[in-house]
Design a protein around this ligand. Structure first.
Ligand code: ZN
Length: 567
């Protein structure tokens, strides 16, 4: 059997549709993080995928935020499924997973908060290994990222880790095999980070310390390895943990094996990333049943890549799906019996015109708008548009299903009558997104999502377009760099172009001509400071090359210059 984890950065933006993406991963159990689907946004297109059963956890707070989903092939239908780590979100005893561990260290309020952001889905499966029936519990998590600007999130992240460990170990103690997989948002060791030297106290990071205790380093040692020569040893720190990082188990010394890059800065092109997506398995499962695990950096479509693991055991599917399965949600339940044939015929024509409109675009536009306005869905105008978008997404979902008559046509009469509002909503959507500069389509992508430090800060700053961050990039300290930059300004402004440029600028108010960067002598790119603060709205030029390690001459140099003088 094969499991895959992937932070997909928005399930509704999948190009070519969800089924195609799932099928291409060729796995029995696909665990997705950052679906950006909340209960209000769940449509049939995301929820009901032919050949799979799906299990979602939604953020109870912000709409379109966080969220995880596990898709199980029909060959892997779980016997139980549960949302969250604490058990507080579970109100059905039948078909739930259980084994919550000891919560004496957590208040009920804290448990609720930790489970409130849609960060965990647990499915429980039956497997056959050496003619023995076994239980396998798969814990799909999207661990919080500690935003450096929100100190309280650091503690939240750690507490999430602790609750995760509590649950995972309780499940293990109950006799089940356990896989914990997902976006853990911490790179474990220096080898898992593109620039560990740039981070002050790498080992001292609390998330890393937790990982050190959660993982059992010793059982990584007894496996032979393909690339023994890069000199990295897994000797550091605690080996009392009960879980194994399966990728490292099979590739103890492989470096530059990253799963997350800041796509905004082009860091994927230079492979300047981190490994923060993992498949952890209990020691005996990892050593006895895992046959291979690896990353899939070639797979595009998100700022993370998928990670897979293959096991030698066989899955025994349940004959019925647990209550949490999205098929049992009221809006999807019983769809297949409803007037289906009739609807397919009537709707064919409408579906044809509908197909011309790119489905995923709506989500993108929605996200951009949200990024523009940090209050997001809370804003009133936004609220209205979101309602329309949701509505249209739902109807579209139904229709694209119905457009495929052969298998199981689904939909209700209502879907058919909603055609008009859908188009109106689509037209409405176009305008706001056009106002947005394309270069910064996703200003708050977490980038090199590792929570800590300089690198993240830098990436974030780039993303949020705070020029101080980018100026700081290379090494010696801000002031010196800035001074250098300012010097290079005067050299960069070529006198020949100068006159006419100033003239045209005064006439046309067009974008200023980009100066060449200092190191590569190539035209810079223009950015605008989006971050709140005294510099908001100011423009600056930076090297147009993709972000990379400071030692990489092909990567972005530290050239930086403000466009305007003063504020
Ligand atoms: Zn350059």
């Amino acid at each position: 059997m094969k499991v895959v984890t992937w932070n997909i950065n928005g399930i509704r933006t999948f190009k070519g549709g969800i089924k195609r993406a799932l099928d291409s991963l060729d796995a029995d159990i696909v665990c997705l993080q950052e679906t950006k689907v909340t209960r209000d946004l769940l449509d049939e297109r995301c929820a009901i995928v032919d050949g799979y059963s799906s299990y979602f956890s939604f953020s109870r707070g912000r709409s379109g935020y966080s969220g995880v989903a596990t898709f199980c092939r029909d060959s892997a239908t779980p016997f139980a499924a549960e949302e969250g780590l604490s058990g507080l979100l579970t109100n059905h005893h039948q078909g739930s997973v259980g084994c919550y561990g000891d919560h004496h260290d957590f208040s009920t309020e804290e448990l609720q908060e930790l489970d409130n952001e849609g960060r965990a889905i647990i499915t429980q499966h039956k497997t056959m290994y050496q003619e023995q029936m076994q239980t396998l519990t798969v814990v799909n998590v999207y661990c919080p990222r500690a935003d450096p600007e929100k100190p309280e999130r650091k503690l939240f992240k750690l507490r999430f880790y602790e609750l995760l460990q509590c649950r995972a170990e309780a499940l293990l103690k109950s006799g089940s095999h356990v896989i914990v997989l997902g976006d853990v948002n911490t790179s474990h060791r220096p080898i898992d980070h593109c620039d560990p030297d740039d981070i002050g106290d790498f080992e001292g990071n609390p998330g890393r310390k937790w990982l050190g205790g959660f993982l059992h380093n010793d059982c990584q040692q007894n496996v032979s390895e393909e690339d023994e020569d890069s000199g990295e040893t897994s000797s550091n720190s605690g080996h009392g943990g009960k879980f194994v990082d399966t990728f490292r188990h099979f590739h103890p010394t492989r470096s530059h094996a990253f799963t997350c890059w800041n796509t905004m800065t082009g860091a994927r092109q230079t492979n300047y990333g981190t490994r923060i997506d993992y498949i952890f398995a209990d020691c005996s499962l990892a050593t006895e049943q895992f046959v291979m695990a690896d990353i899939m950096p070639e797979m595009e479509g998100s700022d993370h890549c998928p990670v897979w693991g293959e096991l030698s055991c066989k899955l025994l599917p349940s004959s019925k799906t647990p209550p949490l399965c999205t098929r049992h949600l009221p809006e999807f339940a019983g769809k297949q019996q409803k007037l289906s044939r009739f609807l397919v015929k009537v709707d064919k024509q409408a579906a044809k015109t509908e197909a011309i409109q790119p489905l995923p675009g709506s989500q993108e536009a929605e996200e951009r708008r949200e990024n523009l306005n940090p209050l997001g869905a809370a804003g009133s105008s936004n609220e209205k548009k979101r309602t329309l978008t949701v509505d249209s997404a739902t109807t579209k979902g139904k229709k694209s299903k119905m457009a495929k008559p052969p298998s199981k046509p689904q939909g209700s009469l209502l879907a058919f009558f909603k055609t008009k509002p859908t188009n109106a909503a689509a037209a409405d959507r176009v305008t706001p997104s056009q106002n947005f500069p394309t270069a910064h389509a996703k200003p708050n992508v977490p980038s090199i999502a590792d929570e800590d430090v300089d690198l993240t800060e830098r990436a974030r700053d780039d993303t949020c377009l705070s020029p101080d961050g980018s100026a700081e990039k290379a090494s010696d300290g801000k002031t010196k760099k800035k001074a250098e930059c300012l010097t290079s300004v005067s050299t960069a402004a070529s006198p020949k172009k100068g006159t006419s440029l100033t003239f045209w600028k005064s006439v046309l108010h067009g974008p200023p001509q980009p100066p060449p960067c200092k190191v590569h002598g190539e035209p810079c790119v223009l950015h605008t400071v989006k971050k709140e603060g005294p510099n908001k709205g100011r423009q600056f030029f930076v090297c147009a090359r993709p972000q990379g390690h400071a030692s990489n001459p092909e990567a972005r140099c530290n050239f930086f210059i403000w466009v305007d003088k003063g504020k």
